[in-house]
Design a protein around this ligand. Structure first.
Ligand SMILES: [Zn+2]
Length: 340
């Protein structure tokens, strides 16, 4: 490749989207699969739903964040089978654009067949938020149980986590690390003293690894650089600054104090050299991939995630697209068996 900028765009999917030659079933199982359910941020967009990424590794299935529209994208990607199978969500932080679909998946997964609790891990405050969700929907749950919906599966079990390994089970290890997304005084750079924390995650499985930046401004001391060193895939948020000095541009750029510019992400990629760098959580959502890549001075392999894009991470990293099949399998959901 030399110095050629390898820009893996969706136009190249056809080239990359082919079965790896002579791949055994066992080898196939030893990959991490990612499905980008939402690649946007708080601002509503019909192209980029709120941040949420499905991670599949062996028998594990979990979500990183639960932004607006996650439940619908999940249904698009895999129908009722996916909707009712997932029972683990890890949250980078408690902003609504990362958490608002927790109740949606917890309750509809249960209603359509999930018979085990939903587990949610996140920073300080997660347990309190989940207890509040349980209180908020207590009437809904009582109502449905009274009319015969199974009682298993309606529990929401939460755990607050901080930096370090918080999950290590059946080959899947998840490490949380602190990232810099807490509010600061933009003139002094001082933290404004809000309690709580914001996290990034590293997931390791079968010798493969993915780092999720979470929402973060870029700093030289960022733990992403340590966690992301030679990772297979590093997924980073980005905010492209609005040009000019108009009041609108100034307003849009206020949030740069808690997010990362393309130049800053390029520096993170240069220091970590992932096999593939990926942009997701894109601000503003209407930017095209070309515009975002054009703003990024980095010559390693990278791409801009789109909603429903998939990545298979193994000896090769393959790009594909989820959806199209699987939404017609409602008849396999357990809840229907009761009606037969
Ligand atoms: Zn966000």
């Amino acid at each position: 490749m030399g110095t050629m900028r390898l820009r893996l765009q969706l136009a190249l999917v056809a080239v990359l989207w082919m079965p790896a030659p002579s791949t055994t079933l066992a080898a196939e199982e030893e990959v991490i699969k990612l499905t980008f359910l939402g690649t946007g941020a708080p601002r509503p967009s019909l192209d980029r739903y709120g941040p949420s990424i499905l991670v599949e590794a062996g028998s594990h299935r979990l979500l990183v964040d639960a932004g607006p529209g996650m439940r619908e994208r999940l249904f698009q990607a895999g129908g009722f089978e996916l909707l009712t199978d997932i029972n683990m969500i890890i949250l980078t932080h408690l902003h609504f654009d990362h958490t608002i679909s927790v109740p949606g998946l917890w309750l509809s997964g249960w209603l359509y067949g999930r018979k085990f609790p939903m587990y949610v891990y996140g920073p300080e405050g997660t347990t309190a938020m989940m207890e509040n969700f349980e209180s908020a929907y207590a009437w809904d749950i009582r109502y449905r149980e009274i009319v015969g919906v199974h009682e298993e599966g309606s529990d929401l079990i939460a755990e607050d986590v901080s930096s370090g390994v918080f999950y290590d089970n059946d080959g899947l290890k998840i490490t949380a690390f602190s990232v810099e997304h807490m509010p600061i005084d933009v003139s002094t750079g001082e933290l404004l003293g809000l309690e709580g924390s914001t996290l990034g995650f590293r997931i390791d499985y079968a010798g493969r690894s993915v780092v999720f930046s979470g929402d973060t401004r870029s700093t030289e001391a960022s733990s992403i650089i340590e966690q992301g060193a030679e990772v297979d895939v590093l997924i980073h948020e980005v905010q492209v600054p609005a040009p000019g000095n108009s009041p609108e541009a100034q307003l849009a750029n206020v949030s740069l104090s808690v997010h990362s510019t393309p130049a800053q992400v390029a520096e993170v990629f240069r220091q970590t050299r992932p096999r593939l760098g990926v942009y997701s959580h894109i601000i503003p959502p209407e930017l095209t991939s070309d515009e975002i890549l054009e703003a990024t001075d980095y010559n390693g392999p990278m791409l801009v995630a789109e909603d429903l894009m998939t990545l298979f991470i193994g000896d090769e990293i393959r790009v594909g697209e989820a959806g199209g099949e699987g939404t017609e399998i409602f008849t396999e959901a357990d809840v229907v068996d009761q009606l037969d």
